[in-house]
Write a protein that binds this ligand. Structure first.
Ligand SMILES: [Zn+2]
Length: 406
C-alpha cells in the first residue's frame, strides 16, 4: 500500500521546503539499503531506476522485487524510471510497474524535445503515470568520472522552461544549473542559483536535480529553497559499495561473492541516512502518507458464456488477445481461459491487469481492444457477454462496478 502517487509526494516536498532522494538502484543490496533506511528515518523515498545503468542486465527481472519492496514498505515510496532513451522503454517501464517516467531527449533540439516528451506525457498520463521532463543538458555519466564524459553542459533557460512545461504538460522538471552526472573532481561545483530562482518563479512546479552527489550542505539548502524537491543520487552510493567490496577483497583475496558484499548494505545505509536528514525528508513519512493518494492499480474482468461446440472457434481469439492486449500502454498482464459452467456451456474469462485506474479509459478506447471486443461479440451471442470493471483500492480491497451486464 505505501506505493503512492509521485505527484502528491513531490508536491508535498515542494510546498514544505524539503527534497526527497531519488536513490539510484542497480541491485537488491541497493534496494534493501534504500528501503530500510527510509523506514529507519521515517522518510518518503523514490526508487530511481536509470535505463543506462541496466545495459548489461534485464531491467524486467528486478522490477517484481522493486514493486514488492515498495508495496511492503512502511513509508511512502514511488518508483521512477530515469533517462529512458526510447518511447518503447517508457511503455515497458509503465507496464512493469513504474509510476513515474522520464524520457531523456535533452541532447536533442528544443522542438524535438517538446514533441517527443509531449508524446510520452500523453501516453503516461493516460496510464496514471507521472512524467519528469528534462531541459538543458546535465553532462557526465552516472557512476563514472564526470570529467571523462563532460559533454557540453547546457544550462536550462527559464523562458524555454515555461514554454516547455506548458506544451509538454510534464509534472516535474529536471534542470541544468551546474551539476554534472558522475564523480566530481572536487567539491567546488558552482551552481547558478539566480537561474534556478528564475525557473522556479516562472514554473511553480517541483524541480529535480540530477548529478546530486557530493555537494555541500549550504548548496543543498539553497537548491531546496529554490524549488528542488527531488535530488537524484547514485554515483556516491556506487563508489561507497565498490570501496567496501575492494576493502573486503584486500583483507582476504580468497573471499567469495557473498562474503565480498559483507558490509555493503550498512555502508549505503549510512550515506542515505545522512542525505535524508540533510535534505529534510527524514521524519516526514506520516504526513506524506496522509496527504498522498495511494497508487490505485486496477483490473478489468470480462466474463462470457459460450456453447461447448463453439469453444474451439475461440481458441485463436483467446491466444491472440493475450499478445495484442499486452501491447497497449497501461496493460500489465492478461490472463484468459475457460471453465465448464453448465451442461454443455463454458465460462470464458479475461482478467486484464492495469497499471492504474486511469488506464481503463485508455484500454477501452484503444483500437486493439475495440477490435478484440468486436471479434468477441461476433463470436458469442451478445446477450451472454458480461463485463465487470474492478478498480483496486489497495492490493487486498476491491470494489466491483458493473459497466455492462446484458
Ligand atoms: Zn540523471
Amino acid at each position: 500500500m505505501p506505493l503512492v502517487d509521485m505527484r502528491d509526494m513531490l508536491n508535498h516536498a515542494y510546498q514544505n521546503n524539503y527534497a526527497i532522494g531519488g536513490f539510484g538502484l542497480v541491485s537488491l543490496d541497493f534496494l534493501e539499503a534504500i528501503i530500510m533506511t527510509a523506514e529507519f528515518c521515517r522518510s518518503p523515498v523514490i526508487l530511481n531506476l536509470s535505463e543506462p545503468l541496466f545495459h548489461q542486465q534485464d531491467f524486467s527481472l528486478i522490477m517484481p522485487a522493486v514493486e514488492r519492496a515498495a508495496h511492503h514498505a512502511k513509508v511512502p515510496v514511488a518508483i521512477h524510471f530515469d533517462h529512458a532513451k526510447k518511447h518503447e522503454s517508457i511503455v515497458q517501464a509503465i507496464n512493469l510497474g513504474c509510476n513515474s517516467v522520464m524520457l531523456d531527449v535533452s541532447s536533442e533540439t528544443f522542438p524535438v524535445n517538446i514533441t517527443q516528451t509531449s508524446r510520452v506525457t500523453e501516453v503516461a498520463h493516460a496510464c496514471g503515470t507521472a512524467v519528469e521532463g528534462i531541459l538543458g543538458f546535465v553532462g557526465g555519466v552516472e557512476g563514472e568520472n564526470a570529467i571523462n564524459n563532460l559533454g557540453e553542459v547546457v544550462y536550462t533557460s527559464s523562458e524555454e522552461a515555461k514554454v516547455y512545461v506548458e506544451r509538454t504538460k510534464i509534472d516535474f522538471l529536471a534542470v541544468s544549473v551546474g551539476t554534472i552526472h558522475g564523480r566530481q573532481p572536487n567539491r567546488s561545483t558552482k551552481l547558478d542559483f539566480k537561474r534556478l530562482k528564475r525557473i522556479n518563479d516562472e514554473l511553480g512546479i517541483p524541480l529535480v536535480l540530477h548529478g546530486g552527489s557530493g555537494l555541500v550542505e549550504e548548496q543543498y539548502h539553497k537548491l531546496i529553497l529554490n524549488g528542488v524537491a527531488k535530488i537524484n543520487c547514485y554515483t556516491e552510493l556506487s563508489d561507497i559499495a565498490a570501496a567496501v567490496i575492494r576493502s573486503n577483497s584486500q583483507k582476504n583475496n580468497k573471499k567469495g561473492y557473498i562474503e565480498s558484499l559483507h558490509g555493503v548494505k550498512e555502508s549505503l545505509q549510512e550515506q542515505i541516512k545522512l542525505y535524508m536528514h540533510l535534505w529534510g525528508s527524514a521524519g516526514r513519512a506520516a504526513e506524506v502518507l496522509i496527504q498522498c493518494r495511494p497508487w490505485q492499480s486496477a483490473e478489468q474482468i470480462i466474463l462470457c458464456y459460450v456453447e461447448g461446440h463453439r469453444l474451439q472457434q475461440l481458441d485463436v481469439l483467446i491466444e491472440q488477445s493475450r499478445k495484442t492486449l499486452t501491447t497497449i500502454p497501461g496493460v500489465r498482464q492478461v490472463f484468459s481461459g475457460w471453465a465448464p459452467s453448465e451442461l454443455n456451456q463454458y465460462r470464458l474469462c479475461w482478467r486484464i491487469q492495469l497499471s492504474h485506474s486511469d488506464a481503463v479509459n485508455n484500454l477501452q478506447s484503444h483500437p486493439e481492444y475495440i477490435y478484440f471486443f468486436n471479434q468477441l461479440s461476433r463470436s458469442i451471442d451478445p446477450e451472454k457477454i458480461s463485463i465487470t470493471f474492478a478498480p483496486a483500492l489497495s492490493n487486498t480491497e476491491f470494489r466491483f462496478k458493473e459497466l455492462v451486464d446484458a
